[in-house]
Design a protein around this ligand. Sequence first.
Ligand code: AMP
Length: 423
Amino acid sequence: MKILQQQSKNSWASIIFLLLRNDSAMRSVSFKDFSLKESLLKAIADSGFEHPSEVQQECIPKTAYGDDILAQSKSGMGKTAIYVLGILNRMEEEPLTETGPQAIVLTHTRELAFQAAKEFVRFGKYLPKIKTYVIYGGISIEDQKKKLKEDQPHILIGTPGRMATLVKNKSLVLDKVKYFVIDECDQMLKETGIHLYIIIDIREDVQYVFCRTPRNKQVMMLSATLPKELREICKKFLRVNAFEVFIDNEAKLTLHGLKQFLVKLEEKEKNRKLVELLDNTQFVQVIIFVNSTVRAKLLSSLLRQHNFPAVAMHGDLRQEERLIRYKQFKECKTVIMISTDIFGRGVDIDKIDFVINYDLPRDSDTYMHRVGRAGRFGTKGLAVSFVATKEDEELMGKVQERFEIKVPVYPDKPDTAVLSTCL
Ligand code: AMP
């Protein structure tokens, strides 16, 4: 990982950290080196975190001190803790407001909002006065308005569309905001998305919400993928002396605990191969990616007919049902999840050790995010991708070239010794 720019004003923690920055010191860095408040260090210890990851070592001294950051880090290496610890550390020093949130966190899916909120609760365990609340679309806005009127949270986490609606109808006032997070920032600032034939401009909502907050605030933007053309757009949200971490050598985005394979087949052979893989592989939880809601529904019912306890996750589900399914998967009550790209990014379920691309995505960023659902925080995992078309072949060629990896053909009779190194 290369630090391209590092111009921020230094806290004592940053200075000490920079003096220590050589390879052996990097390995021995502990959370105690970041001048975090005692309450946070206790919560970190309770979580069982022993050492900060490389990107945490780079960024937590910055966020905890109040600096803006734009951080790229490989999937599953603890991005969330960077902004959660930073915000909580800052908030512990200041009086809590009762008239509007001090921190806003924008996430691109509802499940990610929920996941981030849990991290605030986990690390805020010894800060009981700090209130966190999650808002997202797909459920009644009236309850959210009532909550915001009667019991203002200090930290508000949500998806941009619902957040913008609440600001527009004046149920949410953002003039007390001091901390602003845009998670998966490349996804959030992409021009437009299409869902059910409706054009959705997430960026417009993000900008709308951002512009309703005070000018002077700490902004934190993070993602595993950060295309060069988007970096300039991201920088427009940041103060001039923001700390930036980019991974310019994309080979460094590869997860080392993750073994990746491909299976060349025809479209009509996919179901048979899938059943064979599920039957012959020992895994704890598997996520199977498909490219449409219709395919998610069809495949999950087909697998259930074959007595595989599969559950589908897609955008057609009611929000309540989506959350129930997410929680059951997170708690390992569901073993096989068929999903569209709703779960392709950010979702952190530590027991997922097997990813199957039943359909390959159309771009290598999405591939990288999808397979990164396994092998989180250095754990082992297996990813198998079905290659059925010329476009699929091109995509796998691009993936191998870009991330400098070899994705071999999955053996018909996989050697158990090979598999035991992945699962
Ligand atoms: P994230 O990239 O934020 O989704 O985090 C991926 C996973 O790594 C989550 O399950 C975190 O709880 C876990 N994690 C984050 N930081 C650490 C750490 N320093 N030590 C151990 N686990 C961590």
